[in-house]
Each structure stands twice: as structure tokens, then as C-alpha cells.
Design a binder for this molecule. Structure first.
Ligand code: TPP
Ligand code: MG
Length: 348
């Protein structure tokens, strides 16, 4: 009898099914999640390039947030549940069904932009048919709105849930505390998803709050606070599906805190070299959620080099198409500027 070397003995994780299967995701769904992360990244990168080429005026990026966002999209019932997103939710809203053409039309401020008729800034994602509710630019305003929607759902005995997203800096706003307080008192079916990317523009997290974790605040509002690795799309999916299930069972709200890192500057108007070192950014690039998801898919036989190349080419075609479409679209006629603002133009 030959004794197996210690290194030949399968470890416990190897004996178990791959994590995506443990979480109830079949291979195609896990790969589809990776695909949305990849497409979101390539679209986001193109937006940066367009800004640097002076083609568009402004970009605010979701690079580094893709794992948590794709997990959020897959944890919800699309077109049924309600989402109150924030400006970094490119991957979330894309995975929920907002099109790259719509996003590019918003970048260029062109006619036909379906979210606001090109009146809002880019990244103010919304889609009535997908129950993605329009955001306002003041941070955290979406939080009490989400609680209000959840109260309406509870009142009507519907089985929908509500999710809202925000950064950790926004948890210093009164709106955050009021929104969570209400949700806690009335045990509302709402998930508060904090995407803690460690900065609020140039302020590091230690200057934003006196506690270590946003999740620590949950107990003040009578709800669980759950921390997870926001760079890992499957750990994110685990946390999100649990919170969604809890809300759907009528057990009330959850405050989720996804720990991650903002890999890009705050926006196209920000130079992050003035407040954080390149070494720090390089360190976090090792935890880039897209790279981690790619590694997982490769190691678990969901993806190979040929399929990855196919995905890259498809993403490039979709991004090129959206870009050309928006570049060639006309601007809205000036006389439409006040449509949807005034019931009837005031007589002057
Ligand atoms: C009420 C309000 N105050 C300030 C701003 C300016 N502002 C826009 S984004 C931002 C940072 C928010 O940081 P965080 O909530 O952590 O989100 P992140 O941008 O890091 O994703 C600030 C201060 C704003 N839009 N609204
Ligand atoms: Mg932040």
C-alpha cells in the first residue's frame, strides 16, 4: 500500500462542489455574471477614454465595484423588485437590463436618452420598466425614498423587495439615519447596500466616521449588519441573496456592507494622486474583482482562453456600437428643454 503524500490529499473545499454550485448558481449563470462584469468594465473604460478625448463632459466610474453590483442584480427579481441605485451602479443597472446605448446617450446628452430625455447628468440611471428609480444628485436622498417604497409594498401586502445603494461617505447624511430608522421600526422589506470603497472623494474612511464599519451602525436601527468581501462576486451573491430572502420572508431590513476599493479617481474631475499613493492603488489592483472572477471561472472550468477572447470581442462590438450610436445621434431640440418640467410654460 502506498501512502498518499499530504499534498495529494484533497482539502475539504476540493471535496465540496464549487462555490457557485453551493450557492445554487448553475455554470451558465455564474459565467453570465462574469460576462456582465466584463462588459461593464469595458464600457466604463471607454467612457474614461471619451472624456479624455474631450468627446464627453463628465464620467463617474464604477471600476472596482462590479462584483458586488452584479451579485445584487442576480439576487433580485428583475422588473419585479425595486432598485434605488446611486451613480456608481453602472454594472448593476447594466446587468438588470439598462442598455449600453442608453448609457452612452446619457454620456453624450443626446436625443432619445430614455432616463431623463438627456436632462440629468450621466450616471443618473433609471428605467421605469425595470423598476429602477431615478436618483437625485445629493447623496443619500435615495435611502428614505427606498424605505418609503418598502412601506408602500408592505402596506399593499406585495411580495416585492426594495434595494438601495450608496457609498460609506453617504452614511454620514441625515437621510441615511432617517431611512434606516423607519425601516427598522416598521420591519420593511428593504436591503441597504453600502458599497464601502474607502473614500468619499478625497476623504479616507477614518475621516468619514468614528466607527470601523458601516455595519456597526445597524444595531442602532434594530437590523442585522453584515460585512462581506465586495471584491468577490460569489461572497457578495451569498450575502445579497440572504438579505433578499430575509426581506421577502417579511423579517425586515438588512444593512449590508461590501468592503471594496475605488480603483478609479472619484470622477473625471478628480486627480487622486493628490491624496493617495500609487502603491496603495497598486495593492488594491491585486484584488480587482474582475480579475478575481476571471480566475475563479478559469479554475472551475467555466471559462477558457478561447471563450474569454470571444467575450472580449463581443464586449468591444457592443461598446463600439453604443459609442457610434450616441455619437451620431442628434441633440434634443432646444424647444424641448422644458418638457416634463412645467405643465404649461408660464406667461411672461
Ligand atoms: C448632500 C451632498 N453632499 C455632497 C455632495 C458631493 N459629493 C458627491 S459624491 C460625494 C462622495 C460620496 O462618497 P461615498 O458616499 O463614499 O460614495 P463614493 O463616491 O465613494 O462611491 C460627495 C461628497 C453631494 N453630491 N451631495
Ligand atoms: Mg466611498
Amino acid at each position: 500500500m502506498t501512502l498518499a503524500l499530504a499534498t495529494d490529499i484533497p482539502t475539504t473545499p476540493q471535496l465540496l462542489a464549487p462555490l457557485h454550485k453551493q450557492l445554487g448558481l448553475h455554470d451558465d449563470l455564474a459565467l453570465e455574471m462574469f460576462w456582465h462584469m466584463l462588459l461593464a468594465r469595458r464600457l466604463d473604460e471607454r467612457m474614461w477614454i471619451l472624456h479624455r478625448q474631450h468627446e464627453v463632459a463628465f464620467h463617474i466610474s464604477g471600476i472596482g465595484h462590479e462584483a458586488t453590483q452584479v451579485a445584487a442584480a442576480y439576487a433580485l427579481k428583475r422588473g419585479h423588485d425595486f432598485i434605488f441605485p446611486y451613480y456608481r451602479d453602472l454594472c448593476l443597472t447594466l446587468a438588470l437590463g439598462l442598455t449600453p446605448r442608453a448609457m452612452m446617450l446619457a454620456m453624450y446628452g443626446k436625443a432619445g436618452e430614455p432616463m431623463s430625455g438627456a436632462r440629468q447628468m450621466p450616471a443618473h440611471y433609471s428605467a421605469r420598466a425595470l423598476n429602477i428609480v431615478s436618483i437625485s444628485s445629493p447623496v443619500a436622498t435615495q435611502i428614505p425614498q427606498a424605505s418609503g417604497m418598502a412601506l408602500a409594498i408592505k402596506y399593499q401586502n406585495a411580495d416585492q423587495v426594495v434595494m438601495t445603494c450608496f457609498g460609506e461617505g453617504s452614511t454620514a447624511e441625515g437621510d441615511f439615519h432617517e431611512g434606516l430608522n423607519w425601516a427598522g421600526i416598521f420591519k420593511l422589506p428593504v436591503i441597504f447596500l453600502c458599497q464601502n470603497n474607502q473614500y468619499a472623494i478625497s476623504s479616507p474612511v477614518e475621516r468619514e466616521m468614528p466607527v470601523k464599519n458601516v455595519a456597526d451602525r445597524a444595531s442602532a436601527y434594530g437590523m442585522p449588519g453584515v460585512i462581506f468581501d465586495g471584491n468577490d462576486f460569489l461572497e457578495a451573491y451569498r450575502a445579497l441573496t440572504q438579505a433578499v430572502a430575509r426581506a421577502r420572508r417579511g423579517e425586515g431590513p438588512t444593512l449590508l456592507e461590501a468592503k471594496m476599493y475605488r480603483l478609479s479617481p472619484h470622477s473625471s474631475d478628480d486627480d487622486d494622486r493628490t491624496y493617495r499613493s500609487r502603491q496603495e492603488v497598486e495593492y488594491w489592483k491585486q484584488r480587482d474583482p474582475l480579475l478575481l472572477a476571471r480566475k475563479y471561472c478559469m479554475e472551475n472550468g467555466l471559462l477558457d482562453d478561447a471563450r474569454l477572447e470571444e467575450f472580449e470581442q463581443r464586449a468591444r462590438q457592443i461598446v463600439d456600437d453604443a459609442n457610434e450610436f450616441a455619437r451620431n445621434a442628434p441633440y434634443p431640440p432646444p424647444e424641448e428643454a422644458l418638457n416634463g418640467v412645467w405643465g404649461a410654460l408660464p406667461k411672461i
